[in-house]
Design a binder for this molecule. Structure first.
Ligand code: GLN
Length: 447
């Protein structure tokens, strides 16, 4: 908590800090500890964990970085937070994000932007920018983020920490504020791979409250960290190493690949030809789902309601006009348009078909390799304000992370070095569906 106090003025990584509750819980835990024998101590006993502010923690405010939910208090725990709580974790605060997780820089937050701890003039990435900045600045031991199109991996890369997006269905989304339900996943943002495996062990598994959670056994992910990468086939998709990537980023990612080769892995060039359509496909599907999911924020339920209105429709309009920021409105308008009767086939249906092609590309690549290695982003953390006037430029910063969500695969972002300007670069490891073990194993070997 002292560390949060030292760093928050510069970083703005938290929307809510639960200093008092956390200290009280820690005190109780301290006393309890004296009574517990070693094997009775729960896995996360007294461990302070931060949570992205679009995931419910009972009794604590959850804003989604929006004016719409400025004073909303979560009435229940998300499944992931319930699981952490049951293992003794202490919630120290809620991390800043882009409003409703829509963005790549944490600049669309109603509560102001988060800064990158490596360079305060730069963004931490987004949308889980507060989570990544807090872990990087050591004002959180670990945080949970959400990833719809790259929101765990891209900020992890920009802040030099580990970020894992599990397979769609591995972790329950119950209690995560829905953005694009067919893409959203919750995952850990941590200092190292071991912590990511540790948290994934706890948050994974079937949940009757989320029909998309998978009925599959959860392996012990810590056991995967055995350093055995000899003989593994590592695919380098040629479409991810093209012009337009900053040369220093490319060089550091290639160095990571060579390191794996030295450890006995085999590098294989593969092709994901439909990848080039992933940003376009995502920006039809995600806004379509968002426009539907955000319909619930109508001024009747939840907290914000416009003050002066004439009748119900006027109340809806004014509440939504005042409660949502520009980026959220842009997404709602795009989504409503692409789902409208005359355009559904041309946009939404077409995008769903391309999504299948993207998935098939990955399936084909995984016939010949065990894991894929790519950059996380084409560039290092950009300057605050650099892309705010140009949504397309902002959308393109997720060009290497988005296809993974469309295909529902697991992927991890691992720091792989610093540029001459002292800015972190991330390497992305993409695995087969439900094979988080291999990406964790490879990441651990590279660490
Ligand atoms: N940057 C992407 C978007 O704005 C992804 C966000 C996310 O993963 N939540 O939609």
């Amino acid at each position: 908590i002292e560390r949060i106090e030292q760093t928050e003025e510069k970083l703005n990584a938290y929307i809510t800090v639960c200093a008092q509750e956390a200290l009280e819980k820690a005190k109780v835990a301290d006393e309890e500890l004296l009574r517990l024998s070693e094997d009775e101590i729960p896995e996360l006993f007294g461990i302070p964990i931060a949570i992205k502010d679009n995931i419910n923690v009972e009794g604590i405010r959850m804003t989604c970085a929006s004016r719409m939910l400025e004073s909303f208090i979560s009435p229940y725990d998300a499944t992931v937070t319930k699981k952490l709580r049951e293992r003794g974790a202490i919630f120290i605060g809620k991390n800043n994000l882009d409003e409703f997780a829509m963005g790549s820089s944490t600049e669309t937050s109603y509560f102001g932007p988060t800064k990158n701890p490596w360079d305060f003039s730069r963004v931490p990435g987004g949308s889980s920018g507060g989570s990544a900045a807090a872990v990087a600045a050591r004002s959180a031991l670990a945080s949970l983020g959400s990833d719809t199109g790259g929101s765990i991996r891209q900020p992890a890369a920009f802040c030099g920490v580990v970020g894992l997006k599990p397979t769609y269905g591995r972790v329950s989304r119950y209690g995560l504020t829905a953005f694009a339900s067919s893409l959203d996943q919750i995952g850990p943002i941590t200092k190292n791979v071991e912590d990511a495996a540790y948290l994934l062990n706890i948050i994974s598994g079937l949940d009757s409250k989320d029909a998309t959670s998978a009925k599959l056994p959860v392996p012990n992910f810590l056991e995967a960290l055995n350093g055995e990468v000899k003989g593994l086939k590592v695919g380098l998709p040629k479409e991810y190493f093209v012009e337009g990537i900053e040369p220093e980023v490319k060089a550091l990612v290639e160095e990571a690949a060579r390191k794996l080769e030295k450890l006995g892995a085999e590098l294989v060039e593969v092709s994901l030809p439909t990848t080039k359509y992933s940003v376009e496909t995502y920006y039809i599907i995600a806004p379509a789902e968002a426009s539907s999911n955000l319909g619930r924020f109508d001024g009747v339920r939840y907290t914000y309601r416009a003050k002066n209105y004439k009748g119900l429709v006027d109340m809806y309009c004014k509440t939504r006009a005042e409660g949502f920021g520009d980026e959220v409105k842009r997404r709602i308008m795009i989504g409503t348009y692409t789902l409208s009767a005359g355009y559904y086939d041309a946009y939404y249906l077409k995008a769903q078909k391309v999504r299948t092609l993207i998935y098939n590309d990955f399936q084909k690549a995984f016939e010949s390799v065990d894991v894929l290695l790519t950059p996380v982003t084409p560039e290092v953390a950009f300057k605050i304000g650099e892309k705010t006037d140009d949504p397309i430029k902002m959308y393109l910063s997720d060009v290497f992370t988005i296809a993974v969500n469309l295909a529902g695969l697991p992927a991890l972002s691992l720091p792989c070095g610093l540029t001459a300007q002292n800015l972190p670069v991330g390497v992305q490891l993409i695995g087969k569906a439900f094979d988080e073990e291999t990406i964790l194993k490879v990441a651990h070997a590279l660490e």
